[in-house]
Ligand binder design. Sequence first.
Ligand SMILES: Cc1cc2nc3c(=O)[nH]c(=O)nc-3n(C[C@H](O)[C@H](O)[C@H](O)COP(=O)(O)O)c2cc1C
Length: 425
Amino acid sequence: MESKLFTPYKLGPITLRNRIIRSAAFENMCTGNMPSEQLFNYHVSVARGGVGMTTIAYCAVDLSGVSFDGQLYVRPEALSGLKHLTDAIHAEGAKASIQLGHCGNMTHWSTCHCMPVSASSGLNLYSPTIHRALKKKEIKELVKKFGEAVDFCREAGFDCVEIHAGHAYLISQFIAKRTNRRCDEYGGSFENRVRFLNEVLDEVMLHAKDDMAVVVKTNMWDDCWRGVSMEEGIKVAKEIAKHKVHGIILSGGTVSASPMTILGGAMPIKTLAHYMPMRTLWWLKAALGIPGVGKMMIPTEPFRELYFMEQAKRFQQEIKDTTLIYVGGVQSGDNCQQIMDEGFELFQIAHVLIKDPDFVKHVQENPHYHAGCKRSNYCVGRMYTLDMKCHECVLRDGEQIPDNIQKEIEQLEKNAAASIEKQKR
Ligand SMILES: Cc1cc2nc3c(=O)[nH]c(=O)nc-3n(C[C@H](O)[C@H](O)[C@H](O)COP(=O)(O)O)c2cc1C
């Protein structure tokens, strides 16, 4: 039987040329919060490499939701740069999507230029930051901003918007009991905790009309204390499905407490600390330098190919009327085929397309192609301070990588290989 992998797929009002989407993976390539030539070159290369759709990551609907200086947010000044980018993506035959969200308490005053906000007030040790609870009026204003962001994205030439409702950013800060201690209609019961999500999706669908595709990235489970469980994750996905969105991306984990659940493998602690600026993050740099502290703060999640498959299949049994989009641990053409065989229509890839934007083309030529991404997560450690780049691309571009970082990469690659081997046994 011929594979559906390279057949078109109708995602709501748009048609993708195949089943592969470049996942939202924060590029940190937008200095001054503006689209850059580097962002343009990367996404155009991915589009040229054959994906059905590429996703520009982590665009905030408002400045208060920005957590990096190199991050986009919805602002008129960014419009022409984004239009230039989507035109070029279209010229390569791919569709263009953009992830819209709000980081909530995962930011600092210095970046978002206000006191960080969340569902409830408190101290976020991971940023670290003191944050305050959103007032009801402000919640309504933010809901409106999600809708306005969809209009902005249409004008910028995007075909699809991806609403980020997972990973412990603002929408999931409302959903999880861990971060929502409100006593009004936005807190307490499940119905109340998903109210913000539901209001955002009502507004987004209203503005998407019948010409923009809408997908939502949700957490199957949060993998942390008082976070969303699998049972609750299924209930959340069912709420999302009620809005008749065109796709639901099934992820898991939180950026604060369990980031490696999202990403798979280990955080390259030395890489992370090496690139951090001494001026502002000296205390974190110093803490990460103490043996064992980094690993304790960011626990490893032994890497497995297609690491979310088991959980995603459980969601497949529960949610029948919405396209479920798989993400997590795609490394090869065989992995792509397995996702199709498991009955998913679409899937997303991040790591492999950071190493090799031509991955899709290679799979088209050789269905058993393996990308050779050895999962050191150097791209992640670097992304927090510099930009999202694979160490192989860094070396190819003539930039040096210090010996101790190179050694860490090699060690983490060995660990991931051992973990993959163990999985096969
Ligand atoms: C460098 C990097 C940055 C990421 N940034 C984001 C992000 O901004 N938003 C998001 O939803 N997921 C983000 N992710 C997670 C990916 O979208 C994806 O869910 C995860 O990496 C699993 O897919 P993969 O195994 O194909 O990499 C990021 C991943 C990487 C590697």
